[in-house]
Design a protein around this ligand. Sequence first.
Ligand code: G6P
Ligand code: MG
Length: 218
Amino acid sequence: DIKGFTFDLDGVITDTAKFHEQAWKQTAEEVKTPWSDQLAADLKGISRMDSLEMILKAGNHEKSYSHEEKVALADQKNKKYQQLIKQLTPADILPGMEKLLNDLKSAGYQMSLASASKNAPGILKQLGISDYFKGIVDPATLHAGKPDPEIFVRAGEILGFRAEEMIGLEDAPAGIKSIKGAGQTALGIGPATKTAVPDLYFDNTAEVSLAAIKERMA
Ligand code: G6P
Ligand code: MG
C-alpha cells in the first residue's frame, strides 16, 4: 500500500525549470558553450555545481576555469535565478498540483521534498505550500546528486515508510533514475521522462490526480 509521496519541485510543483534554463543559458553564453535543447534537457534536476561542470564540459573547457572562477560563475547564475523567481506567488503553482497536495493531505498521505535546489525552502514559502511537507531534504548534505538515489532515499527516510510504500514525482530523466534507484514507484511528468522509463507516466501536471494515480496503481 502506498503511504507517502516524495516530490521534486522545479518543473513538478512550479514552472521554475524555465528560470533555471534562462539563467544557465546566460552562463553558457559567457563561457562560450553553444546552447542546445539537449543540453537544456540534460541539466534538469542536476545540482548547481554539477550543472556548471556540464556546461563547461559541453564547450570543452572544464579545465580552463579555476575552482574560484567556477564558484563565481555558479554564484552569478544563482543571483540571476533569484532575480527571476522574486515574483513567484501561489498563482505560479502548476495546474493540478495544489489540488493534488490537498487531496493527498486529506486522504492521510505524507509528503516530503526531494529537490536538488538550495532555493527550495524559499520557493515553497513563496507558493504558500510549505505546510504540506513533513520535511525537505537539504541538498547541501548530499554526497551525490540525481541521478544517484540518495536524495529520494533521504526523502523516504523523512517519511519513515518502506520504499515500496512511496511514489516519487519527477519531470527529469535524472530524477526518474534516482527514484527507481531508491526503490520507490517513479511517476514521470512530461515526454522528457520517457527515456528513463517511469513506472507511471503523465503528459502534464494537470493530468496527475490522486484518482488517476490510484487507477494506474490498481
Ligand atoms: C533543481 C533544478 C535544477 C537546478 C538544481 C539546483 O534540481 O531542476 O535545474 O540546477 O535544482 O538548484 P539551485 O537552486 O540550488 O541552484
Ligand atoms: Mg524537476
